[in-house]
Design a protein around this ligand. Sequence first.
Ligand code: EPU
Length: 421
Amino acid sequence: MDRFIIKGGRRLKGHVDISGAKNAALPIMAGALLAGGPSLVLRVPRLADINHMSQLLSELGVDVSRTDSDALRLEVKDESSSHARYDLVRKMRASVCVLGPMLAKRGEARVAMPGGCAIGSRPIDLHLRGLRALGAQIELEGGDVVAKAKKLTGASIFLGGPFGSTVLGTANVMMAAVLAKGTTVIESAACEPEVADLAAYLNSMGAKIRGAGTPRLTIEGVSELRGAQHEVIPDRIEAGTFMVAAALTNGEVKLSHCCLDHMLAVTDKLHEIGVIVEQADGGAVVASARHLEPTDVSTQPYPGFPTDLQAQLTTLLCLADGNSAITEKIFPDRFMHVAELMRMGADIRKEGPTAIVTGVKRLVGAPVMASDLRASASLVLAGLVARGETAVHRVYHIDRGYEQIEKKLQPLGAGIERLAE
Ligand code: EPU
């Protein structure tokens, strides 16, 4: 297990290229199960989660290969297996999004039921409700979800749950509905850009999806889909993480392949805190005068402030001049970073799903433990600004979702090194 050693206090300056979005690439890869021919997906980041999805798809008869550093070619060769094993699903929850396409294309799917994870309990009841509405018969057998349907039929489906819309649930039901007989309407669909990107890929394969990016999707079923070429959208969470890094270190960083249009809630909050984010040809420039104002923020489904940037924003607000309240409305228990940040001198009090952060003058380096992907990112950020040395252990969590983050931080002037444990 690798760890990062970070020498804090260096100002970040320079340029960073943002990778394609993990959370768009994963369901798009699963979407390739629906096609009759090869697909070429461009700007697929090199991440542990992408490797897990490639392995899962290979077991499901898909030939997956990297044609160059950022392109993946996917072609279905054998449709005889439809079992996503617990071993793989356990490693990566997004494996669940093979359920919809396998059911639609192969008439059956057996997918291990994902358990909870470090960010809390993560049910899939809405996925199953949507697939049942399309006519699937679904049972739970030995910890696997077993779904069967000779032919799916379009239906009107309300997909809202207690915490709002569901990203992968929408992806699953949408991928099942594209091959269903007749028209499907999904109401309370997730509006995340990653869902819209999946819809764009499916449409280029011949699907008929309207309303992507809005809460109401209308899908006219078609009889077959062909392979297609598609470029994955930029990763707004990686971009937001680098924006916070620039802000924390009083730096000035230019981000290319950064779509500010997907980040309004984030840039609006950063402006309120005193961080300058400006559009610059094909990307953005971020600068900060290092006087950070406190603020209140609640995570929300898109277009609200993303839960996947909550931990990173918490680190930023640790150094603001006053009290901030951060409320987690998507995953109320997603606060594993708090105790670790406190080891570095942060002043944070938890009250239910809210963290009350009182700004401190400085953070101090310490050994800390990464617990999940975004929590780990928040600890790396803290290390970049802390006085002295920070060791972030278990960085395999961060490798799941950030493409060699240390290699992107080093040219900006960060003192970060990866060591084998
Ligand atoms: N929910 C239900 N029932 C369901 C599905 C979800 O109650 O059937 C609840 C969840 O418990 C949660 C809320 O609905 O409270 C939203 O969950 P959602 O289904 O949208 O999450 P997800 O699709 O499993 C994706 C991202 C997560 C991101 C969330 C929220 C991928 C691969 N994962 O997960 O990304 O936090 O949407 O935006 O797209 C990450 O990248 O670090 C990450 C965790």
